[in-house]
Structure formats: C-alpha cells, structure tokens
Design a protein around this ligand. Structure first.
Ligand code: PLP
Length: 385
C-alpha cells in the first residue's frame, strides 16, 4: 500500500536505534530514569477530578459539543486572559476551544497555507509546526534559535523574497525545548515583521504558566498583535491535564474563523463535561495547585542545575518550562551523548530531534521526582566522558 507523497515527505523519525536500545535495556531488567517525556508525572489535581465527576453525570454534557466551544468556556478564557495578561478578548469571535493546542497548531496551516507557500518554523522547535506545514503543502523555512541570541530568532536574517512568499510565522515562548522566554520587545519586532510581509503570527504559549521568575507576557499584550496573530494555550501542562485534551486559541477573529472552517469539517469539539470542568479551573479554583506545581518544578530545576554544574557542565537555569537544554560535551553529537547516558540508565532526548539547530544539545524533562533526579545525577557522575 502506497503512502501519500505528503506523508512520505514528513521528517524521518530519528530515534529508532535509541528506542531499540532503550527497549533492550528494559528487557534486561534495567530500571531507566526517563527524562525524555514532556508529560507531567504528578496526577491531575484531585479538585479537577471531583469537578469532572459531577459534570460527567449531567446529561446536558453528553451530546455533541459545538466545534468552537461553549460560550461559557470562551467567556471563562476571556476573563482568565484579562486577569493574567491584561488583554481583552471578545469571547464570541476571539476565543475558540481546541482539543488540545496541538490540534489547533496542526490544523491552522490547512486554513491559510497553499502549496508552495513558506511557513517560518523555529529550530529547535516543537515538531508539529514543521509537520503541519508539510501536511498543508507548505514549505517550512527554518528560523535558527541560537543560544547567543537567547534562543530568539533573528527576523532580520530572513531574505525578503522568502518573507514575501510566507504566510505563517510560528513562535513559541516559553520555549520547548530550550526553556527560553521572550520579551515584549521581541514580540513588537514580530508584529512589525508580520505587518511588513502580511504574515499570520501563531504564538504557542502552552508553557506560559510554568515560570520561575516574572510571569511571561502574552504575545497579544503588545500593540497591534491582535491585528496579525493568535496565541495558542493549553490546560495540559499548567493543570497536569495532558490526557484530557483541552486547549484554546485566542486573538485575530479572521484567523480563528479560518481555523474554524477546518474544524467544522474534521472534528466535533471538546467533550462538554471537560469544558465545564475547565471553566471552573480557569475561574482560579486551582491557582494554589498551580503555584505548588511551579514550586515543585523549581526545586527539581535547582537540584538538576546544581548537580550538573558540580559535574562540570555549564548550564543556565531555565526561566520557565520543565525542560533543561544542556550543551553536550566537546566531541559528542547529541545522539552519541544521549546513547552514552542511556548506557548509564538515564534517558534524554537528543537535541537534533527538534531540528538541525538542536544538534549539540540534549533535552532533559524534569518530569520525574527529585529523588529520581538525584539518582540520575549519581549515574551521570559515573559516565566516563
Ligand atoms: C510547545 C508545545 N506546544 C503545544 C503542545 C501540545 O500540547 P497540548 O496538545 O496537550 O495542548 C506541546 C506538547 O508537548 C508543546 O510542547
């Protein structure tokens, strides 16, 4: 059976060999510490489960949801946005529910990108920006994220003939995999660039609440942003609801309407019981839980940064997210280094899996207990580099 050219042109899966080794070690009974998973290890807070237990019993939640989300959900998002970012949104046209932010990111190019159009994708980056571009027939144009620029792309580097043929600019701060955050100044540059070339900015803010310093700004908080773009959010990482599949996109009404045209044809919205539970969550009922989660992640981050420094690694504490982006020692590729750590019983993701500019780094997800992180450090100490 022949796969479509579209599917065949998706980037190759790079880690088959590493996965095979991981599997083999597990079969030998080795207990691995897995720092490769971008999924909270702690369960969804009990309050959310209790609220869901109520909502699931209510028959009005059992029917097909509207693809754009309940108006009450969109109102709750708009109120949360105002409280958190000082950005005002019209719930009826500037907010839409998503079946996780991945769903919206994956569908957006289908609404706006024609075959041959360029889409700007950050590299290293969340792989879905590139994949969704290819699935829509677009051409991904790599924006390198370099450490010396704080992992912000240099938009002045882009040739104007490419920008003129581009439709979408994907950005993501706080950033997966680097843990970098963006300034309002950078967002202003992005708005000016988008205006000049008539681009849609898609800012992915899935990690906006997992911060350790001042709360990161919304892209929409800079002047003119709503004229050119949208922002994606998720309840997944903030409230440890990855399996529940709920997120949202907010901002430019025409962009939301285009995405809505795709959604009406391919999905049927988010389970209403989950939306009603999420309204309660966004009303601030879980804010204390989120603060506790941030504190837990901060402790883990500090243990790991201090431990890695004591092993001679140069590493800066990330300002946000639960990822550590670690430069590999001289003489290693990111894959060689990940393999070396795997032999010692620690699983990390080679940076090259996030794009060619991720070469030279590995990503460690702090989604294991502090005790396991300390054990990972003990194992790393024994690795001969
Ligand atoms: C940068 C980024 N954006 C979006 C997502 C998707 O999250 P969800 O679909 O659970 O909202 C992820 C998940 O790992 C991510 O890392």
């Amino acid at each position: 059976m022949e796969l479509s050219r579209r599917i065949k042109s998706l980037p190759r899966y790079l880690f088959a060999e590493l996965d095979r080794k991981k599997q083999a070690l597990r079969q030998q009974g080795r207990e691995l510490i897995d720092l490769s998973i971008g999924d909270p290890d702690l369960p969804t807070p009990q309050g959310i489960i209790d609220k869901m237990s109520e909502e699931i019993r209510d028959p009005r939640n059992h029917r097909y949801p509207d693809y754009e989300g309940l108006l009450e959900f969109r109102e709750a998002v708009a109120s949360w946005y105002w409280r958190r970012f000082g950005v005002s949104l019209d719930p009826s046209t500037e907010v839409m529910a998503l079946i996780g932010s991945k769903e919206g990111i994956a569908h957006l190019p289908l609404a706006f990108v024609d075959p041959g159009d360029y889409v700007f994708v950050p590299d290293p980056g969340y792989p879905v920006y590139r994949a969704s571009t290819i699935l829509s027939g677009g051409i991904p144009y790599t924006l390198p994220l370099r450490e010396e620029r704080g992992f912000l792309p240099d938009l002045r580097d882009v040739p104007s003939e490419v920008a003129a043929r581009a439709k979408v600019l994907f950005l993501n701060y706080p950033n997966n995999p680097t843990g970098a955050t963006a300034t309002r100044e950078f967002f202003r540059e992005a708005v000016a660039f988008a205006r000049e070339y008539d681009l849609i900015v898609c800012h992915d803010a899935a990690y906006s609440e997992l911060y350790f310093e001042s709360p990161p700004p919304s892209f929409l908080s800079v002047e003119g942003a709503k004229d050119v773009g949208v922002e994606f959010h998720s309840l997944s990482k903030t409230f440890r609801m990855t399996g529940w599949r709920i997120g949202f996109v907010v901002g430019n009404a025409a962009v939301l309407s285009g995405l809505g045209r795709v959604k009406t044809n391919v999905d049927s919205g988010v389970f209403n019981a989950i939306q009603r539970t999420s309204i309660w969550v966004l009303q601030g009922n879980m804010d204390g839980e989120v603060e506790g989660w941030r504190q837990e992640l901060r402790r883990r981050r500090d243990v790991m940064v201090e431990g890695l420094r004591s092993l001679g690694f140069k590493v800066e504490p990330p300002k946000a997210t639960f990822y550590l982006w670690l430069k590999v020692p001289e003489g290693y590729t990111s894959r060689d280094f990940a393999e070396r750590l795997l032999e010692a019983g620690v699983v990390v993701t080679p940076g090259v899996g996030f794009g060619e500019w991720g070469e030279g780094y590995v990503r460690m997800a702090l989604t294991v207990t502090e005790g396991q992180l300390r054990e990972a450090l003990r194992r790393l100490r024994e690795v001969k580099l």
